[in-house]
Design a binder for this molecule. Structure first.
Ligand SMILES: Nc1ncnc2c1ncn2[C@@H]1O[C@H](COP(=O)(O)OP(=O)(O)O)[C@@H](O)[C@H]1O
Ligand SMILES: [Mg+2]
Length: 267
């Protein structure tokens, strides 16, 4: 996919700030020429490596449930950091959605989980491990309630096995990253369990953990309880996702799991 490389900061009107994360602030912008709206992700100046990494990885990926990168540039006249021009998701992140609307119905959660699983399966098929799946990094494209888009590939890596080094947020971190020096692409499956739990319960399974070490111990012991409001089949899937890596359900088997199949059956 060809990226636009000759865009510059002054080619856009900044409409508003959408949100910010650890490495970047994201704005809604309009391209003065085409009048199309985009999201402009401005990565902090000291995060050049993360920026380059995300641009390289996103430019390799093309999937309906992965955010589309249209172009990138270093502004010639402003010192605000480097910019990515991304497809705009007008309904914000799943984190924002959950905060304003509370937990989801099982049918709606299943639709999102199916799309997330399909997208991660695609990333893995392209040799990419995402490494930072969480509610904040899953966007809702529009009102149709379909079409989640995974964003934020700053921590992602072009490698499926023998991975070392950092991974994202504590409460989404799988036991093998807490315990071992090397891990593999299955590190992306555990956080899908945390996300599913959050979508159905409205809070994360390790809410009680106060310190990093607490969180590590609770993760390793898989010390969480699923409230009775969650159906038995959904609870079964959560339990299979939040397992140590050797026993963790595969992406293929998530898609075949009774809960996902029944909840996403058309009509
Ligand atoms: N394409 C987009 N459309 C709408 N909102 C976005 C878009 N990209 C990012 N955001 C919002 O900005 C936040 C930060 O973006 P993200 O790429 O996750 O940066 P960071 O690396 O700083 O976490 C996201 O959690 C989301 O709320
Ligand atoms: Mg983020």
């Amino acid at each position: 996919m060809e990226l636009v490389t000759n865009w510059d900061y002054d080619d856009f009107v900044i409409d508003k700030t959408l949100d910010s994360g650890v490495t970047a602030t994201v704005y809604l912008v309009t391209d003065k020429d085409s009048e199309n709206q985009f999201a402009m992700k401005v990565v902090k100046k000291n995060r050049t490596r993360v920026f380059k990494n995300e641009v390289e990885i996103l430019s390799q990926l093309n999937h309906p449930n992965v955010i589309k990168l249209w172009g990138s540039f270093t502004p010639s006249t402003h010192t605000i950091g480097q910019c990515m021009i991304l497809e705009y998701c007008s309904h914000g992140s799943l984190y924002q959605y959950l905060k304003s609307n509370g937990k989801l119905t099982e049918v709606k959660a299943a639709t999102y989980i199916k799309e997330i699983v399909t997208a991660i399966d695609y990333c893995h098929s392209q040799g990419v491990t995402q490494r930072d799946l969480k509610l904040e990094n899953i966007l809702l494209s529009d009102k149709s309630d379909k079409g989640v888009k995974i964003c934020d590939f700053g921590l992602s890596i072009n490698q499926l096995d023998n991975i070392q080094g950092p991974s994202g947020t504590l409460i989404y971190r799988p036991p093998e990253i807490f315990l071992e020096k090397v891990y593999d692409h299955r590190c992306d499956i555990w956080p899908i369990g945390i996300i599913l739990y959050e979508l159905l319960v409205g809070s994360d399974p390790f809410t009680g953990c106060l310190t990093d070490d607490d969180c590590k111990q609770m993760t390793i012991a898989a010390n969480f309880t699923i409230p009775p409001s969650v159906s038995d089949t959904a609870a079964d899937l959560i339990n299979q996702l939040l397992k140590h890596v050797e026993e963790r359900i595969t992406l293929e088997d998530i898609l075949k799991h009774d809960w996902l199949v029944n909840m996403t059956r058309e009509g």
